[in-house]
Structure formats: structure tokens, C-alpha cells
Design a protein around this ligand. Sequence first.
Ligand code: NDP
Ligand code: 8X3
Length: 279
Amino acid sequence: MRPRQTHVPGALQQEHHHDPDHHQHGRSPMKGTALVTGATAGFGAAIATRLVADGWRVVAVGRRQDRLDALAADLGDAVHAAALDVTDTAAVAALPDSLPEAFRDVDVLVNNAGLALGLSPAFKAELADWDRMVATNVTGLIHMTHALLPGMVARNRGHIVNLGSVAGTYPYPGGHVYGGTKAFVRQFTLNLKADLVGTNVRVTDIEPGLCGGTEFSAVRFGGDQAKADEVYRGTTPLSAADIAEAVAWAVQLPAHVNINRIEMMPTCQATAPFAIKRT
Ligand code: NDP
Ligand code: 8X3
């Protein structure tokens, strides 16, 4: 483990901000600790990888231990793997005290774990799917925040980055509860900002649109990979690396800069016109 440096997140990264080639120069000095939920796949794995490359120590959280082990083996001693289900209230509450000392002061919390289940109309949806989306995307996210935010405020430094979605702003057929959870994430993020003004703790909601190369659609369609692949057919969607780039940018900005929201879509996507049923 490299030596720990006391810092204010974002305050020391100006040299990165002005050095687009910094990745080619090897790792920069350690910036602090980031905790990334959903680090076993998709955005979370890309975010964890990018943050380690940028010099962050990372607590990687997810349910699949084998994936966490593989990530830790890949990224080395800058990663602490913490197998956790964010819907397990007691386990989330116990997480901060269970972290090794070097990873305990979490400076950046990336609340990325989440899922969509199903795309049928609301009146055909499974109630269990709705409950699981709320438990993961809303309850899990607020419990993680509740567990780690007081420490950030006590240290007067920190950054919470939440993964919202364009689905939280723009309605689409079959989006019902998934979009509702992401609207919650957006408003929760903005309300956190209201409470944190006067502290050095920052909050950001990242709201991506169509993004391929992750397990998101396979999970949504119950493991039907052909159906999942069809979502991205003929498109150049966002990639997990694009999302990691947005997270890495937001957290490395000078400490006085707070990015409230980042709404991002691939160039090939746009919002739809209103649907009108004509007789
Ligand atoms: P993936 O399905 O590829 O990854 C989701 C991650 O969440 C996995 O690592 C999974 O790990 C973890 N996870 C799910 N449930 C839990 C749980 N109960 N406890 C802990 N971890 C959990 O999805 P993406 O990477 O594509 O999506 C990541 C986030 O971004 C989600 O919040 C999603 O809603 C959002 N998003 C995705 C978009 C897309 O098009 N892909 C666009 C906009 C937003 P494990 O199974 O090991 O627990
Ligand atoms: C993921 C993007 O359009 O499938 O949040 O809801 S979308």
C-alpha cells in the first residue's frame, strides 16, 4: 500500500485537469479512498478501474465475491473487496466500521449499484420486480449514503456521486418504477446538496442514456442475451468507460466546483415526441 495523504478531494487534481496525457505517465500520487457499489460489472467495474488508475484507493462493493476477487487481483492493493448486498440494511450499516483502517475514511461514494427489471407496461409488471428495483435503487442507495455521509461531514470533505438515468427525467413505455427510482435519485441528490451547503462535501447525479457493454439489459430481460443485444443493434451507445470518464472528471475538479447533474446520451439517441393515440 502506498502511503496515505491527507487531502481535500478535488483540491489536488488541478495538474490532472490540465494534463490530458496523465494516464500515460503512470499512476499519480494517492488521492484518497473511493467506495464504488456495483463494482462487479458494467459502470462500477469501469469506474473502479479508472479511479485506481487516477490514484484513488477503491473499496469495491458488489454481491459476487468471485468478480470482486478478480477485480482486486487485476488492480492490486489499491482495491479492498467488500462483498455486500446494498439491500441488506444491517450489513450496510456495519460496513464503515468493517473497513480496514487504510480504506476507512471514504472520500468519494459512488452509488452505482442498481437495476431495471422488465419492460412490460405497468399493468403487466411483476410486483416483485417493482419491489426489488425500489429496494436496490432507492433503499440501497439511501442506506449507503446514510452510512457514509456523516463521516464525510465530520471530516469536512467528501463527494457522493449517484447514478441516476435519463429515465428519471424522460418517461418511456415500460419505464414506470425504474424511471421513478431514478427520479428519486436525482431529487435526493439535489436535496443532499441543499443540506450540505456550508460543508466541503459535494454531490453529483450522473444521468446516462443508452449505454452498452454492461449487464444492464441482460438483467432487465431476465438473462435473455439476444433480447438485450437487440437494444443496442445499429447504435453506437455510450460505454462504461464514458461513464467512468464523467465520474473521474467530476471528482477531480477543484474543491470549490460542484457538478450537480451530468445528463449524457449517445449522439444517436434523443428524447421522443409525445405519444398521441388517434382514433
Ligand atoms: P450492470 O447490470 O452491468 O451492473 C450493475 C451492478 O450493480 C453489478 O455490479 C451488480 O453486482 C450491482 N448490484 C445489483 N444489485 C445489487 C445489490 N443488491 N447489492 C450490491 N450490488 C448490486 O449495470 P450498469 O453498469 O449498466 O448500470 C449501473 C448503474 O447505472 C445502475 O444504477 C443503472 O440503473 C444505471 N444506469 C445504467 C444505464 C445503462 O444503459 N446501462 C444508463 C443509465 C443508468 P452484483 O450482481 O455482483 O451484486
Ligand atoms: C438506463 C437507460 O433508457 O434503459 O437507465 O432507461 S434506459
